[in-house]
Design a protein around this ligand. Structure first.
Ligand code: HDD
Length: 693
């Protein structure tokens, strides 16, 4: 052991240290023994005098901070935003003014209802929050993967969240909406119906954070140098295409791999496969806002892309995992109030309420007003003001002046700065405001069903089926019949076919009555293709994962060809085998496995290849995890590559007679290459749309 090297380390050490670096207390005092508490004699009582042990335990005792009241489970990643099309005519924000400009970012994805330790594939909204460290301060776009919200007014948020979270008496269920309280509240809240369609769709069970869209939800303003305002809605479009899992997979993934989404993100970035999203804007003016069928300030409504196209102006690339989860992902503090000159808020009553809530919650979570000093929250541009003191103040101004105006400027008799700047400082758009103080919901917010119906009719038949199944699942977990019926009473305003399917799904004899509707007639809006996942899938297998199940005697050539074809297509491969040590292949080589079959079920892969050895296939035919691997892949409409030697397993579970166009014989012709190309379609939906009898 070397002597203590004071040139290295310190409280803010950045590099991992080596075994030659001496451990110290938080006070910097070198530690001689980190294993034994100071005692009076070898078997005697421990002494309070031991400042090393006491400090260690004291610090440990205080390691936890309150988890976020919503979006507690999240995963953060660094990246950058590159502007591809400057929009100075719309906004004078510097981030938007020079094509090619790069702005560092931090993005945190999350689920909403579950606690920090809950599973990733809960049926839930996903948070998609990005902090842009711009030259003019931090801009936080705190969005979701769904473009609308449950409620129109922030005053309802605590009720919504209380209803969604575990019931207060029994403290379950965790991380799910499939329970009485949630559906009781929802069925008494007609404004949530559009959002209900989205969360009952496959949007709420994304395959990965990488394969979902993001939305700023609210209408914001862009302000140009002349002070002219345009309304804007922000969209994130994943270059990876959209993809979701199916519900039966979600249930199984949650057991097999509760960290499915965070592991996926970590692995993608770690392997250099950086996910990208294009930033799109829907821009419109007051005239459009007047003409539009709905109120642009109502967060339960979208503006269909067919009506206002999404214009792509830049790209977000996520290319850096965090060094420390707590320091970055846990401590990052997003606030919707964080905007920069050239961007402004609108009067959306949900947004205005959020602007209070986010700042307020950080005080509780991070312990004081100086959370902006924490590196992940600190702007990367200069910060200059007369704010001072408070818990954990890290950046303290020098000099005597801590107020304004003052006359401490050297020799000048003028103020010692900083000073506000009317030219470059943030100014609010001077929208005229008038009206009496009232507590009412605007009449323009009253149609709760038309866009819900539009969403439903925009889906493919497969997706509509999933929605009916999801509603059936959720309502089957609701104990009270009156709540189930009330909910179906809402669905009848959206689509009678959907209502009937759910009614049949839960086993009711007759459709319940429609619930009374607010004042407006429900419109038949045209379908919008942008709302479907299946109409916006990827074009290749890039970024996806192939699971290859191998066993002793498996054809080495087929496996190599598969690995090469997958790699060539930009996909990754997971080798699954009966033993983690791997399998002895046909050429005598030993192929190591990434997962033992029990820990690598087919649900964690986008497609599978079952390449067994002839002898071992007979044994595995009776093995439950092996059977599930194949039968689940089939049931989840996955593409299945196989070799004839795997047949005994297929026969044992009745798959041999069901070989369809979703199966590819890897020993034939172009084999592996064809298979990976086929996998680009992600699923062979025909199998579930027309199940063989
Ligand atoms: Fe919220 C966190 C997104 C409505 C109050 N929200 C939070 C996060 C996201 C969203 C992505 C996690 C941020 C992170 O990763 O740290 N929330 C939304 C969206 C909404 C929305 C898209 C509607 C359009 N939220 C909403 C309302 C309120 C809140 C109406 C309160 C009136 N949200 C919060 C919060 C959280 C939060 C309690 C918890 C932790 C945090 O803020 O930092 O303040």
């Amino acid at each position: 052991m070397k002597n203590l090297d004071l040139s290295k380390g310190g409280a803010n050490h950045q590099k991992p240290l080596g075994k030659d670096d001496v451990m110290t207390t938080a006070q910097g005092m070198p530690v001689s023994d980190n294993q034994n508490w100071l005692t009076a004699g070898p078997r005697g009582p421990q002494l309070l005098e031991d400042q090393v042990a006491r400090e260690k335990i004291f610090h440990f005792d205080h390691e936890r901070i309150p988890e976020r009241v919503v979006h507690a489970r999240g995963y953060g990643v660094h990246g950058h935003f590159e502007l591809t099309e400057a929009i100075p005519e719309l906004s004078h924000a510097r981030i938007f003014n020079e094509a090619g400009k790069k702005t560092p970012t931090f993005t945190r994805f999350s689920t909403v209802a579950g606690n920090k330790g809950s599973m990733d594939l809960a049926r839930d909204v996903r948070g998609f929050a990005t902090k842009f460290y711009t030259d003019e301060g931090n801009w936080d776009l705190v969005g979701n993967n769904i473009p609308v919200f449950f409620i129109q007014d922030a005053i309802k948020f605590p009720d919504l969240i209380h209803a969604a979270k575990p019931a207060p008496d029994r403290a379950f269920p965790q991380a799910q909406t499939a329970h009485d309280n949630f559906w009781d509240f929802i069925s008494l809240t007609p404004e949530s119906m559009h959002m209900v369609m989205w969360i009952m769709s496959d949007r709420a069970i994304p395959r990965s954070f990488r394969f979902m869209e993001g939305f700023g939800v609210h209408t914001f303003r862009l302000i140009n140098a002349e002070g002219k305002s345009h309304f804007v809605k922000f969209h994130w479009k994943p270059r990876q295409g959209l993809q979701s899992v199916v519900w039966n997979e979600a249930l199984k993934i949650n057991g097999a791999e509760p960290d499915f989404h965070r592991r996926d993100m970590w692995n993608a970035i770690d392997s250099g496969d950086y996910p990208q999203w294009d930033l799109g804007i829907q821009v419109f003016d007051d005239d459009f806002a007047e003409r539009f069928e709905f109120d642009v300030l109502d967060a339960t409504k979208i503006i269909p892309e067919e009506q206002v196209p999404v214009r792509i102006i830049g790209t977000l690339t996520l290319d850096n995992n965090v060094d420390n989860f707590f320091a970055e992902t846990e401590q990052v503090a997003f606030c919707t109030q964080n905007i920069v000159p050239g961007i402004d808020q609108s009067d959306d009553p949900l947004l205005q309420g959020r602007n209070f809530s986010y700042l307020d919650t950080q005080l509780k979570r991070l312990g004081g007003p100086n959370f902006t000093h924490i590196p992940i929250n600190a702007p990367k541009c200069p910060v200059r003001n007369f704010q001072q003191d408070g818990h954990m103040a890290m950046t303290n101004p020098k000099g005597r002046a801590n107020y304004e105006p003052n006359s401490w400027g050297e020799g000048t008799g003028e103020d010692r700065g900083p000073r506000a700047c009317p030219m470059n400082g943030f100014t609010s758009f001077p929208a005229p405001v008038e009206g009496s103080k009232v507590r009412v919901r605007s009449e323009t917010f009253a149609d709760h069903y038309s866009q819900a119906r539009q969403f439903y009719v925009s889906q493919t038949a497969i997706e509509q089926g999933h929605m009916a199944d999801a509603l059936t699942f959720e309502l089957s977990k609701v104990g009270r019949m009156d709540i189930r019926k009330r909910m179906i009473g809402h669905l009848r305003h959206i689509d009678d076919g959907l209502a009937q399917a759910v009614c049949d799904g839960i086993g009711l004899d007759a459709l319940p009555d429609k619930v009374p509707v607010a004042r407006v007639p429900i419109a038949d809006l045209p379908p919008s293709d942008a709302l479907s996942i299946l109409k916006n899938g990827p074009e290749s297998f890039k970024g996806r994962k192939l699971g290859i199940y191998i066993s002793d005697g498996a054809d080495a050539q087929v496996i190599t060809a598969l690995e090469q074809a997958a790699k060539g297509a930009g996909a990754s491969v997971g080798i699954v085998a009966p033993h983690i040590a791997g399998a002895r292949l046909s050429d005598g080589s030993m192929k190591e496995a990434n997962e033992k079959i029990d820990g690598g079920p087919s649900v964690v892969f986008d497609a599978v290849a079952i390449v067994l050895g002839r002898e071992s296939a007979w044994k595995l035919a009776a093995d439950k995890p092996s059977q599930d691997f194949a039968s689940d892949a089939f049931a989840h409409a996955k593409f299945i590559g196989y070799v004839p030697d795997s047949m005994p397993l297929f026969k044992a579970i009745g798959l041999a007679e069901k070989i369809d166009a979703g199966f590819v014989d890897l020993s034939a012709g172009a084999g592996a290459g064809d298979f990976i190309k086929t996998c680009g379609a992600l699923r062979y939906w025909e199998r579930v749309a027309n199940p063989a009898s």
